[in-house]
Ligand binder design. Structure first.
Ligand SMILES: [Zn+2]
Length: 478
């Protein structure tokens, strides 16, 4: 008990000294931003003092909870004093709460608490410093903030180094835990949490997400997930710079790529890459030729988070279920989802080039090219080829060749199911000005398109999820 009292005194003394150091550096002429960073970083390092000095977790969280309350009062007072001052976010309050939560929840695994706080302390500070000075490739976050690729890469590198150092020097990690892949996975997850850019709440998400990785990932999957995450980041960023993915699409590539590349072995990795590379290449190759027709579809050449999750989410879920249950049928479900996604993408990209007008899948009457739910001979051939392409690549990587016909069937049925939903329940609209059908809410002419058929909540992304789920189910029972 007396040691905990001493630890409390040390905590308040240390934090007081950090604030004093920040204040005096402000007087010495440093910018407010830099002074705040000095306080933020030096206080963050107190996680090591906290874990080392305290014996009772209930008392160990007292200083950071005090800081949360104090920061909240400071924040409120500033808001009351003047409406003119920038309505500062609650970042410092969230950070103190995350610090407390990590100390409390990971008391039995201190390395997770320390790694989580270090991700925030070192990584986030680097992201802000580098981003504001060297940012050349800006992007808008889902939370509506402006960040830059350079800032996010600095966060990635800084978090990796800080977490690796923590894992190396702090005891408590399982001996068979590979440190470098685990630090890499932690860095990718923390960087994604920061890149959401949600007005200060990333100060809560970043440390908790990084801590959760260190606390939860089992030794058997750490190496695969770490490598998968790094490859997914690389592919995602390159695709963004080449125009195949939007910035939020990079997040989607990481969310899908990490589990599929990291948990489903060579078969999962090659099937995902076959899908991603072939569909990106097709969109790019035919973009100019089919301009006009393609614009009636909600999906365009540059894919965003929703489209990435709609096409790959079912496969990613199956990869996670495969790892958790060890049931090999989930590997088939993952392949079924990927062949269906590829069959549908190839059919969409190549089917619109068909010379003869397509027919509606339900009534078989002729409709203009670009109509939702339209199928054509060329489209069917393209979807069969798309499914076969992924299935053959998976077989070359080690999947059973006897699965091939089942996977092709699952892909084509999934793609036809997509067309069927497009012709029946999908939200399809009509532009009065142009007299054309469209999947877009605002037509390319700029006018709002009125509902024509289907449910307004059942957009293209939902249809893709259902179509890949149909492919996954068929393959699961194969
Ligand atoms: Zn129009």
């Amino acid at each position: 008990m007396s040691q905990d009292i001493q630890a409390l005194l040390w905590s308040y003394g240390y934090v007081g000294a950090c604030v004093a150091a920040g204040e005096s550096s402000l007087r010495l002429g440093l910018s407010r931003e830099l002074a705040r960073k000095i306080i933020h970083v030096s206080v963050g390092f107190w996680i090591f003092g906290t874990l080392w000095l305290f014996q009772n977790p209930a008392l160990a969280v007292v200083p950071s909870l005090t800081a949360a309350v104090a920061n909240w009062i400071i924040h409120r007072k500033r808001l009351l004093k003047s409406v003119e001052t920038e309505p500062d976010n609650l970042g410092t309050v969230w950070f103190a709460l995350a610090f407390s939560a990590l100390v409390w929840l990971a008391w039995d695994k201190p390395v997770a608490a320390a790694g989580g706080v270090m991700a925030m302390t070192v990584g986030d500070a680097l992201a802000a410093l580098v981003g504001t000075r060297l940012g050349r490739h800006p992007y808008e976050t889902l939370g509506g903030e402006r960040k830059s690729l350079e800032g996010s890469l600095a966060m990635l590198a800084g978090t990796f180094v800080a977490v690796l150092a923590t894992l190396t020097w702090l005891p408590g990690l399982a001996p068979d835990m590979p440190k470098v892949p685990l630090a890499a996975l932690c860095a990718v997850v923390a960087t994604c949490a920061e890149a959401l850019g949600t007005r200060g709440r990333d100060n809560l998400f970043v440390p908790l997400a990084a801590g959760a990785v260190l606390y939860l990932v089992p030794p058997s999957h750490a190496a695969g997930l770490g490598l998968g995450a790094v490859i997914a980041v690389f592919i995602g960023v390159v695709s963004w710079l080449r125009g195949s993915l939007s910035p939020s699409g990079v997040l989607g590539a990481i969310l899908i790529g990490t589990p599929v590349l990291g948990l489903a072995g060579a078969v999962g990795a090659s099937a995902l890459l076959a899908f991603f590379i072939s569909s990106s290449a097709l969109s790019k190759a035919f973009r100019a030729r089919k301009a006009g027709v393609e614009e009636e579809y909600a999906k365009t050449g540059t894919r965003d988070l929703g489209q990435a999750l709609a096409n790959g989410g079912v496969a990613a879920l199956a990869a996670v279920l495969l790892a958790v249950t060890g049931d090999e049928r989930y590997a088939l479900a993952m392949l079924g989802a990927l062949v269906a996604a590829n069959a549908d993408t190839w059919a969409t990209e190549l089917g619109v080039l068909s010379r003869s007008p397509p027919r509606l899948v339900t009534t078989l009457r002729q409709v203009p090219a670009g109509t939702s739910g339209a199928v054509s001979g060329a489209g069917l051939m393209a979807s069969t080829a798309g499914a076969a392409f992924v299935a053959v690549v998976a077989a070359l990587a080690g999947a059973r060749w006897t699965l091939l016909p089942w996977l092709v069937l699952a892909g084509v049925v999934g793609s036809l199911f997509d067309s069927f939903l497009g012709a029946t329940v999908q939200d399809v609209r009509w532009c009065d000005a142009c007299g054309r059908e469209t999947e877009r809410r605002v037509h390319r002419c700029g006018r709002a398109a009125r509902p024509l058929r289907g449910f307004s909540w059942l957009g293209n992304d939902t249809v893709n999820v259902l179509a890949t789920a149909a492919g996954a189910l068929l393959a699961f029972w194969a």
